[in-house]
Design a protein around this ligand. Structure first.
Ligand code: AR6
Length: 183
């Protein structure tokens, strides 16, 4: 379900409420942990849908730091690639959580640029098990993507794939101040 869309430069930014594992895009982003070896939430869903070859490739990556991103193939997913990021655990907000969350979105767009990807879908990183406040996270997600888009000219479609209507509403609100409406 498409909630709303905006145009920012060359790119269409879209908010949808859906299961990210069903999307046919160049890359979906996984909210992983630093081992990159799977877990619960969206991470578990992505690994289940991609099949065991995904964790085999992840084993060769030797983990990932908080705020960083690494890319693999998508295997049985409709998506060609998975960009694995490690969001911050929320600890009250004074330990650099906002910067680390923004870094996940920036580093993902850097990988999109490097691999010349045209479409990418993000879950709401850190807002589940890692307890980042969902309203703040939505604002950080949209602002970080809008800022990094100018350096990512091949990227024409960015999807914020929310898992609940409430998360969709928060992203829609965050998008309302960026770009111009899409028809
Ligand atoms: N499609 C889209 N969004 C989803 C899906 C899905 N299929 N499933 C959950 N979400 P979380 P985190 C949403 O907990 O907070 C894992 O165990 C969910 O509603 O998946 O970054 C990892 O291995 C929420 O809004 O990730 C780490 O240990 C968002 O995805 C840890 O959890 C993120 O929730 C990472 O925690």
């Amino acid at each position: 379900m498409s909630v709303s869309a905006r145009r920012v430069g060359q790119a269409r930014l879209e908010v949808i409420v859906a299961d990210i594992t069903t999307l046919r895009v160049d890359a979906i982003v996984n909210a992983a942990n630093s081992s990159l070896l799977g877990g619960g939430g969206v991470d578990g869903a992505i690994h289940r849908a991609a099949g065991p070859d995904l964790v085999a490739e992840c084993r060769m990556l030797h983990g990932c730091k908080t705020g960083d991103a690494k890319i693999t193939k998508g295997y049985r997913l409709q998506a060609k690639h998975v960009i694995h990021v490690v969001g911050p655990v929320w600890n009250g907000g004074s330990l650099g959580e906002a910067d680390l969350l923004a870094s996940c979105y920036r580093r993902s767009l850097e990988l999109c640029r490097k691999h010349r990807l045209a479409s990418v879908a993000f879950p709401s990183i850190s807002t589940g098990v890692y307890r980042f406040p969902a309203d703040q996270a939505a604002g950080i997600a949209v602002a970080a993507v809008v800022e990094a888009l100018t350096a990512t000219p091949d990227l024409t479609n960015v999807i914020f794939c929310c898992f609940s209507p409430e998360s969709g509403r928060l992203h829609e609100e965050a998008m309302a101040t960026s770009g111009s409406p899409c028809s």
